[in-house]
Design a protein around this ligand. Structure first.
Ligand code: ADP
Ligand code: MG
Length: 294
């Protein structure tokens, strides 16, 4: 109890002795990407409108669909789309509310706006709704991902109307933490819902050698279980609803920072400062406590 008290004063909340005990055995840390290794404050760097659609409609449906989403990508897109529509005419004053709004974790959002079905998200979401990806959209996706950016597509009534390129810089301490873990004999991997090209570019920047990309929330948990079957004690660090199954599956689930309540509930340890360095603080605290007990 003294150790958990000490953790709390450092912004590391450990839920009970079991978590504290398990953390000292961790041999591998699996990191979510967005909001965990990256700032989680994505910025739209470009947008494209495909032929046959109006810029104002494209922007307005995007804002209406994303307005209800908690995802950091949604916030940046709403902000950008609002500015864009003001530049290209007028922003709808009475914005239609999205009906049947739905969150698709790891994929995007959907809703009905002015009786049109609107999807905002990645290729997987488009596939799930059988929306074909046009050649011009495909080219934009390739170009975006080559630059380690995330491409967000917007479909209106079954057709891709436009897209956004989003960049999310890595947290300044992330690279340092990865190399310190390696020096402690702890390996690192990335499990992300984002696309392979973006994920690999960011993993390379941070020195993470193993990547699992384009995984849905249950896929993340499956990856953790596969690693555990090899006898490895695995910690998972994540911030979102999409990380909850993996946080539960891991030997030690760590929810990072200002993440969602769902993630915090699913975790064994909460790193309230959103600082990746606290992964080391937690493991360190556990190692010290366990050696004192023995
Ligand atoms: P990570 O696993 O890296 O934290 P997520 O699983 O939260 O990422 O999201 C994976 C991908 O799903 C994002 O990169 C994005 O393409 C898409 N996505 C998720 N939510 C949204 C949203 N609200 N709007 C647009 N795209 C989204
Ligand atoms: Mg995340």
């Amino acid at each position: 109890m003294v150790a958990t008290g000490k953790g709390a004063s450092q912004g590391v909340l450990i839920k009970g002795g079991n978590a504290l005990e398990k953390a000292h055995k961790v041999a591998m840390v699996a990191f979510d990407k967005t909001g965990t290794l990256t700032m989680g404050k994505p910025v739209v760097v470009s947008a494209v409108l495909f032929s046959g659609f109006s810029m104002v409609e494209f922007c307005n449906v995007t804002v209406a669909a994303e307005a209800n989403s908690e995802h950091p990508i949604a916030k940046s897109i709403v902000e950008h789309a609002k500015k864009l529509s003001q530049k290209h005419g007028s922003f709808a004053k009475h914005l239609e509310e999205a009906k049947d709004f739905q969150v698709h974790p790891g994929e995007g959002v959907s809703g009905k706006i002015n009786d049109k079905i609107v999807l905002v998200g990645n290729k997987r979401l488009m596939l799930a709704y059988s929306v074909p990806i046009s050649h011009e959209a495909e080219d934009y996706i390739t170009e975006t991902e080559k630059l380690a950016r995330t491409c967000v597509l917007v479909a209106i009534d079954g057709k891709v109307a436009g897209a956004f390129a989003v960049t999310d810089p890595v947290k300044p301490e992330a690279g340092r933490v990865i190399s310190f873990l390696h020096s402690m004999g702890i390996s690192s991997i990335m499990v992300t819902g984002d696309n392979w090209a973006t994920a690999i570019a960011i993993a390379r920047e941070l020195g993470i050698k193993k990547v699992f990309a384009e995984t849905d929330p249950l896929g993340k948990a499956e990856k953790i279980k596969e690693l555990q079957m090899k006898g490895t004690t695995v910690a998972m660090v994540g911030d979102g609803i999409n990380d909850s199954p993996a946080l539960v599956a891991a030997d030690v689930g760590m929810a990072i920072g200002a993440g969602t309540d769902v993630a915090i509930e699913a975790a064994d340890i909460v790193l309230i400062k959103s600082n990746v360095e606290d992964v080391i603080t937690a493991i360190d605290l556990s190692r010290k406590t366990m050696s004192r007990i023995r």
